[in-house]
Design a protein around this ligand. Sequence first.
Ligand code: DGL
Length: 273
Amino acid sequence: MIGGMGVTIKTAAKDRPLGVFDSGAGGVSVLRWIRQQLPRENLIYISDAGYAPYGNRSSHYVQGRATCVTQFLLDQGAKAVVVACNTATVTSIATLRSKFAVPFIGIEPGVKPALAETASGVVGVLATTETLKSPAFHNLIHRFGKGVRVEVQGCPGLMEQVEALAFSTPKTRDLMDRYLFPLLEKGADTIVLGCTHYPFLAPLIREMAGEGIRIIDTGEAVSRQVCRALTTRDLLTGRTEPGAVTFWTSGSRGVQTVLSCLWGEPVTVAQMP
Ligand code: DGL
């Protein structure tokens, strides 16, 4: 930023924006909690829709995209990065931390909170196939899955339904039928939303599974973690006015409609170079 009389004023680290990204619009389910928790922060959201989905790609592919998107966020001045994507977190957050010096906050399927909720002792996890295959997810079950049975279900095609804003169409219902009922039949009474797109399908899950089923969405917990991470590093903004939220995408113009719908108000989405 240029001040008066040709003096260059550098934006203090704490007043720089917070970067958030996902393969698509799913990360908005995390962004809305961050916005609520930290209303004064400037937020930059990236939907990497031009390279989505991540969930059926190799971990090498996702690491490449996560690195590229992070570099773009840092070029925009991001002081920290929220990986608002389970697939990118489990496959890539270690790589990102080894490459970049800023703090990273990720999201993983909420196996641990599900333990506290289940009465049947069976927890069902809906996630992408890449998340379920990852060593990080297996490690998570190993650490927190003791004393319960964790049943998993990969959900190809489900994120695409959210990107199409098809929250309750026959095709979405058909897919949900195929993914949800096997978990319920195995006795799951707690369903973990292991992909940031799925909170937008929570009403459908609730309708199809019934009121007795608990649904675990870790978006709010992640926003608290973001707050803690910024606080301990003295990176919370000192501004007092509301922050701005800026959206970028590697995808097509249609992403603007999707992000506006999921964010709940019309937004302008800039094109990543
Ligand atoms: N939203 C992403 C997640 O949390 C994945 C969607 C995808 O790209 O397959 O895993």
